[in-house]
Design a protein around this ligand. Structure first.
Ligand SMILES: Nc1ncnc2c1ncn2[C@@H]1O[C@H](COP(=O)(O)OP(=O)(O)OP(=O)(O)O)[C@@H](O)[C@H]1O
Length: 497
């Protein structure tokens, strides 16, 4: 056995994030770890990667006991990890990012040409394509991820840990990643894959370990299981079908008229965008990321200003208004990137629950802490948010639990208009069911929802109408009845129906 983790326990105070976990990995194997948010997947991998020390338990590589005091130690032992959030230097080139820490050249002189050569060699060896001279910040997420993988390969990794690698990728990039994993295992590399996406797990994994509440609930060979059994092992119950009741849309809660943003390279970022959302309907926006969706959400929510055009929320012109003013006028916003817009990582769960809504929750200039406390603890229950207490700092929440907290806060504002951008990114399948159900409840209660998602299944499940964005324009609109993955895919790629 290449890797053997035996009886791993990790305690944080009284709380056990890992309880007596056994985990093993064969050479050339892809071993997936699945489980609910907060089940302890990332913790187990942080232990393997030397970022955390286990409270008890042993790790053996090729039969020899090892103890990694730091990621540097782990890298030297042949273990590399690609995190949920990329850790690259955005202003450096791809080649610089890959060789950093072990740069070619003598003394202080960095040999750029040699670095490019090294990266070209790696690309050839492992069958992956990147442009070594491109700057990371202008590379697509799929490319940045390849850079991370090439970087750990350059560092000599035999075991590569991928923590929810497909969350930010387009469907095509996901396929490329899965192909790259298969290719690399043929060359003897081994992967540990943390994922909530059971179809991807069933595609690429050889074995699957299911964790629940810090303990193993099953280890299965792929051939002996299916997505149904896995989801039952994960959440301990069957998932339910969504019930989307027919509605009659009401008055306009969002109107975007002829909105444009000029780009830096001649091409507009947003090009005469027109759309509306009415009370009680979900309008989905599909598109390959980078086609203007982020900018559209930014102008609607006051984070950016349009160069021309008009935006109205609940009938009031809010063009050029601040985020605070627009929020006060009836916008709630589940942001695309929870770490940038959604939360301050040092704030407590309670403060995060309050963020952006202080004015609404105050009386006579004072915050009603008792009311806020009972509100936030209600959300924690409803959305099964795993947290020590309301005073716990959000930096100790697992990724999916932080996402659930932000979703709960925005959904529960009960505003007439809600932006839901990637609302289920990083959440487990049970929580996804809860969030989808709650979004539909808001819709029935009359909230108009603008849903932006890179998951076509999510768009198709929830939307009454679907708009497709391509190169800053609305390239097409389909009703819920007309929309299929094939038609959307066609429009997303710039085609016509
Ligand atoms: N430093 C810490 N102090 C206290 N609790 C922690 C700490 N790190 C993690 N935890 C807790 O340990 C539990 C397991 O977290 P972990 O990140 O391993 O979950 P996960 O299975 O990866 O979840 P997700 O799918 O949401 O990413 C969580 O409840 C988390 O709040």
């Amino acid at each position: 056995m290449l890797l053997q983790m035996d009886n791993i326990t990790k305690k944080y105070g009284e709380f056990s994030a890992n309880r007596g976990i056994d985990f093993s990995l064969r050479a050339g194997e892809v071993h997936a770890i699945v489980g609910e948010n907060g089940a302890g997947k990332t913790t187990l991998m942080r232990i393997l990667y030397g970022m955390e020390q286990p409270t008890s338990g042993t790790i053996r590589l090729n039969g020899k006991e090892v103890s990694f005091a730091s990621p540097l130690d782990a890298i030297q032992g042949g273990v590399g990890m690609v995190h949920q959030h990329f850790m690259l230097f955005p202003t450096f080139t791809i080649a610089e990012n890959i060789v950093i820490g072990n740069e070619p050249g003598s003394g202080a002189k960095f040999d750029r040409k040699q670095a490019v050569k090294i990266v070209e060699g790696l690309c050839d060896q492992y069958g992956m394509k990147v442009d070594p001279r491109a700057v990371v910040s202008s590379s697509a997420p799929g490319v940045q991820q390849r850079v991370e993988i090439l970087k750990v390969l350059y560092q000599g990794a035999e075991i590569i840990i991928l923590d929810e690698p497909t969350g930010v990728l387009t469907p095509l990039e996901v396929q490329e990643l899965l192909d790259a994993i298969k290719q690399l295992t043929k060359q003897g590399k081994s992967f540990i894959l943390i994922s909530h996406k059971l179809n991807e797990v069933m595609d690429v994994a050889d074995r699957i370990t299911v964790l629940r509440d810090g303990a193993v609930t099953g280890v299965v060979e792929k051939g002996n299981t299916d997505a149904h059994q896995l989801s039952r092992l994960m959440v301990g119950r069957e998932l339910m079908e969504l019930d989307r009741k027919p509605i009659t849309p009401g008055e306009k809660v969002l109107e975007v008229a002829n909105v444009s943003i000029r780009g830096t390279k001649g091409k507009p970022v947003l090009d005469e965008v027109n759309l509306e959302v009415r009370a009680g309907e979900v309008v989905g926006i599909a598109g390959i990321s980078g086609n203007g969706q982020s900018e559209l959400l930014q102008v609607i929510s006051g984070l950016a200003q349009p160069d021309s055009g008009r935006i109205a929320v609940s009938g009031k012109d809010v063009t050029g208004k601040s985020t605070r003013e627009i929020r006060e006028h009836g916008l709630a916003h589940i942001p695309e990137d929870r770490y940038v817009w959604g939360a301050n990582r040092t704030a407590t769960v309670m403060d995060t629950g309050l963020m952006g809504h202080q004015r609404r929750l105050q009386k006579g200039g004072f915050l009603n802490l008792k009311e806020i406390r009972s509100l936030v603890s209600g959300w924690v229950q409803k959305f099964s948010i795993k947290t020590g207490s309301l005073e716990t700092s959000t930096q100790y929440l697992s990724g999916g639990n932080l996402q659930k907290l932000i979703v709960a806060r925005e959904l529960e504002q009960g505003t007439p208009f809600l932006i839901a951008a990637e609302p289920t990114r990083g959440v487990d399948i049970g929580a996804m069911e809860t969030i989808h159900g709650e979004l539909l409840k808001r819709r029935e209660a009359g909230t108009g929802i603008l849903l932006v998602s890179s998951e076509l299944t999510e768009i198709l499940k929830l939307s009454d109408r679907v708009l497709v964005m391509f190169e800053g324009r609305i390239a097409g609109e389909l009703s819920a009845k007309e929309a299929t993955e094939e038609k959307l895919g066609m429009l997303m790629a710039g085609g016509t129906l």
